[in-house]
Design a protein around this ligand. Structure first.
Ligand code: ADP
Ligand code: MG
Length: 227
C-alpha cells in the first residue's frame, strides 16, 4: 500500500496564468468550432471534420477546467455545514454512479461545521467522487464519509474499490495534465488540491493497485491562513 501526502508547493505553478490565457484561446476556438461544424453540415471532408471536432471539444474541456483555477481565488469564507454539503454532493453523484452500476455508500458519521468556501469545497467532493466512480469496476461501491477527529478538524474520505494507482502514478497526482483517461483533462485534482490548500487543509492518498484508493481530506474548522 502506497501513501502520499500532497505537498502544496506543487500547486502554485500554473495557477496565475490560467484566466487570461484560457479566455484568449476560448474565443478563436469557438469560431473554429463554428466553421468546422459548417463544413460538417455541408459534408466537406467528413472524415477530417469529425476528428477536428473531437479535438476542439477536448481543447474546450481543458480550458473549462483550467478556468476554474481563476475562480478559486475569489474565496468567501462562511460557516459551512460540511456534512450537509457532502451529503448533497453524494446525492448529486448518485445518478452518475448508477450509470455504471456503482453504489455510493453514505458513511457520514458526524455533524461537522467549518469555515470555508462552500462552492469550492463542493467542487472538490464532486471531483473526488467522480474520479472514484471512474476508477471503479461495475457493481462495486464507493464510500464517502465525514468524521470529526478532534474539536478542530474534520476528515472527509472517498474510498473506492477501483484499479488503484502505482507508486509512479501516485507521485504525479495533482500535476497539471496528468491523466490516464481518454477523455480526461488531468486538471481536476490540481484544482482540488489547491482549494484544500487554501483552506489550510491536507490531502492524503492511499492506494493499492487493483484493490482501491482512499482520498482523505483533512480540514481545519477554522482556516488560519488568510489567502
Ligand atoms: P482526470 O480525471 O481528468 O484524469 P484528475 O486530475 O481528476 O484528472 O485525475 C488525474 C488522474 O489521477 C486520473 O486520470 C487517474 O489516473 C488518477 N486518479 C484520480 N483519482 C483516482 C482514483 N480514485 N483511483 C485511481 N486513479 C485515480
Ligand atoms: Mg477527474
Amino acid at each position: 500500500t502506497e501513501e502520499l501526502i500532497i505537498q502544496s508547493e506543487k500547486l502554485s505553478v500554473i495557477g496565475q496564468l490560467a484566466a487570461g490565457v484560457a479566455h484568449e484561446i476560448k474565443n478563436p476556438l469557438a469560431i473554429l468550432s463554428g466553421f468546422v461544424q459548417f463544413m460538417q453540415e455541408e459534408h466537406i471532408s467528413d472524415e477530417y471534420t469529425t476528428i477536428m471536432l473531437t479535438e476542439i471539444n477536448r481543447m474546450n474541456r481543458i480550458l473549462e477546467e483550467y478556468m476554474q483555477l481563476a475562480r478559486v481565488k475569489q474565496f468567501t469564507y462562511e460557516e459551512v455545514d460540511l456534512s450537509g454539503l457532502v451529503k448533497e454532493t453524494l446525492l448529486l453523484m448518485e445518478a452518475f454512479a448508477s450509470l455504471s452500476n456503482i453504489s455510493i455508500k453514505n458513511g457520514i458519521q458526524d455533524d461537522c461545521r467549518i469555515r470555508g468556501d462552500s462552492n469550492s469545497l463542493k467542487q472538490v467532493f464532486i471531483n473526488l467522487i467522480k474520479n472514484a466512480v471512474e476508477a471503479s469496476p461495475k457493481g462495486s461501491q464507493v464510500e464517502v464519509s465525514v468524521k470529526r477527529i478532534s474539536e478542530g478538524y474534520a476528515i472527509i474520505e472517498v474510498k473506492d474499490e477501483g484499479h488503484g494507482l502505482d507508486k509512479d502514478q501516485l507521485k504525479k497526482l495533482g500535476e497539471p495534465f496528468f491523466t490516464t483517461k481518454d477523455k480526461g483533462t488531468g486538471l481536476g485534482l490540481m484544482v482540488s488540491f489547491k482549494i484544500i490548500d487554501q483552506h489550510n487543509g491536507e490531502v492524503t492518498v492511499t492506494s493499492e493497485p487493483n484493490k482501491g484508493t482512499v482520498f482523505s481530506v483533512k480540514l481545519p474548522k477554522l482556516p488560519k491562513k488568510s489567502s
